[in-house]
Ligand binder design. Sequence first.
Ligand code: FAD
Length: 292
Amino acid sequence: MKAPPFIYHRPETLDEALALLTEHGDDAKVLAGGQSLIPLMGLRMGRPAHVVDIGRVPKLDAIHVDSDGAVTIGALVRHEQANKSPAIAEHAPLIAQTMPWVAHRAIRTRGTVVGSIAHADPAAEMPAVVLATQATMTATSTRGDRTIAANDFFEGYLDTALEADEILTSVTFPAWPANAVSAVTEVARRHGDYALVGFVGKLVVGDDNVITDAALAFLGAASTAVRVTAAEAVLQGAPANDESFAAAAEVVSAELEPPSDIHGSTAYRKHLAGTLTLRGLQSAANRIGASA
Ligand SMILES: Cc1cc2nc3c(=O)[nH]c(=O)nc-3n(C[C@H](O)[C@H](O)[C@H](O)COP(=O)(O)OP(=O)(O)OC[C@H]3O[C@@H](n4cnc5c(N)ncnc54)[C@H](O)[C@@H]3O)c2cc1C
């Protein structure tokens, strides 16, 4: 189906884009890669009167690594650009591990990493990465810049802390600890489809094989991406082995209450979340050769 009629704007500068959003407020939507917005408009699930295409705004397509190792991804960095970036492979390995799970190559070539975060689909991978890494979002409007912490960003289904007049200009991922390992795994009906449930996890493991930090985030398990802090607490201070991982997986299955739909029941998704936790943690631990 074709999208309903709308006025298309193609600003050449960030200031111009921000002025358009200020002028049109809730009647306007930012267009980045268009891989979610355009299908939603076609399905009549979104009817913005104004579409503000930021594709020509300069300097938004950069990947920047700070001297401390933090990685900042601009609003126009495509999934495939991140997938092929040596800087991301070195400094943000969890993003590198995630990219092959995001949609299909054609979609990754147009879709943006930051757009995926702004869109906040609970079944998308990047919002879970934001939670697992505690990334910081930078929102820009005519009022200036503000930063939003990961835990405050996702407010509901396709809903974030962004205001109607704000552009998410970049997302910053903190420096990756030297002794951190991570894994991403999911179950989808076909490779490249949105996952039924997905796991994004990070462990920091000391030389004594004891876990000093754990982050476990899930997609497809709630109305937003979620962390299961009760399961992280089980891992904190525990040895990185199968027993600890199984205990955490059990807590994940008990804590999550995923939605039920035609693709899978709540009970099936709870079971899946636990299974993916165990597999994901084992796979992460294998990266440092820890006994798993
Ligand atoms: C068939 C198909 C399968 C897919 N499978 C997956 C998958 O498995 N996993 C996955 O994660 N994604 C998947 N996607 C979505 C894809 O990754 C999108 O590219 C991504 O979700 C949004 O990025 P975009 O740049 O295309 O955003 P757009 O479609 O341009 O925008 C999406 C929404 O975010 C807002 N937005 C975008 N950028 C900004 C910004 N900088 N500031 C403020 N608001 C902004 C827009 O206003 C809009 O509301 C799939 C898409 C399709 C069509």
